[in-house]
Design a protein around this ligand. Structure first.
Ligand SMILES: Nc1ncnc2c1ncn2[C@@H]1O[C@H](COP(=O)(O)OP(=O)(O)O)[C@@H](O)[C@H]1O
Ligand SMILES: [Mg+2]
Length: 224
């Protein structure tokens, strides 16, 4: 299992309240590709992304990254691996007491040697996402769409190898979708592994996604 990218092997997750949410999922999300996962609310899309990101542990089965069983690794080892993961949470989880620019730079905090290089990159991402004039503003003073684009900039900073995006267009106007898709296309073009969970028809219509899956009844079915 040496394929570059993420993979699920017999991945199962049971709710703490009982019942199997994800039931033996088999899937591969290769590098250099964007994959779209759709599914009804409550199907388990966010849970699957958190498992892929190593933020949750599976009940059984594994998550593999670049041929390594990362879900089996000890927490400190997995934390180091997670520096290669950029994520947009469905509920964003921006820090409200610091500026947008500081939010975008957060993933680089453990690596201060990178700050000079990533500062320019953070400003460029904010500019491209229409947030250039807002870098010193705190998230609480922004619209939902602006906050979500800031979360996208935070996920993209440092060009992470694995990009996991949960409903990344939910708060975006039609005019912003193209810009978001363009950034994801660049990420796949640079060899990134992009997995997007969404039930936004505007994303489902995008050419960007070479693989499409539907999550239902705990299973991930490949769409034609
Ligand atoms: N650790 C957990 N314990 C109990 N219930 C959970 C747990 N994780 C998720 N759930 C429940 O599983 C369902 C699926 O959640 P989620 O992954 O957020 O679905 P989706 O993103 O597709 O809407 C929801 O009903 C949620 O409340
Ligand atoms: Mg969700």
């Amino acid at each position: 299992m040496n394929a570059a990218g993420l993979a699920c092997r017999a991945l199962t997750f049971e709710r703490s309240t009982g019942g199997r949410l994800l039931d033996g999922i088999e899937a591969a999300f290769p590098c250099g590709r964007a994959c779209l996962i759709t599914g009804a609310t409550g199907a388990g899309k966010s849970t699957l992304l958190h498992l892929l990101a190593g933020l949750l542990g599976p009940t059984s089965g594994e998550v593999w990254a670049d041929g390594q069983p990362v879900s089996r690794w000890s927490a400190p080892h997995r934390e180091r691996w997670r520096q290669m993961v950029g994520i947009v949470f469905q509920h964003l989880h921006l820090l409200n007491d610091v500026t947008l620019l500081e939010n975008v730079l957060l993933p680089c905090v453990p690596r201060p040697e990178r700050w000079p290089a990533v500062l320019g990159e953070a400003r460029q991402l904010l500019e491209r996402l229409g947030l250039g004039a807002l870098e010193e503003v705190t998230p609480a003073r922004l619209s939902g769409g602006e906050r979500q684009r800031a979360a996208l900039a935070r996920a993209l900073i440092g060009q992470p190898r694995f990009l996991l995006l949960d409903e990344p267009s939910a708060f975006q106007d039609d005019g912003r979708i193209e810009g978001v898709l363009g950034l994801l296309e660049e990420a796949t073009g640079q060899g990134g592994c992009v997995v997007v969970c969404s039930h936004d028809p505007r994303l489902a219509a995008a050419d960007l996604f070479q693989s499409r899956y539907r999550l239902a009844h705990g299973r991930l079915e490949r769409c034609p």
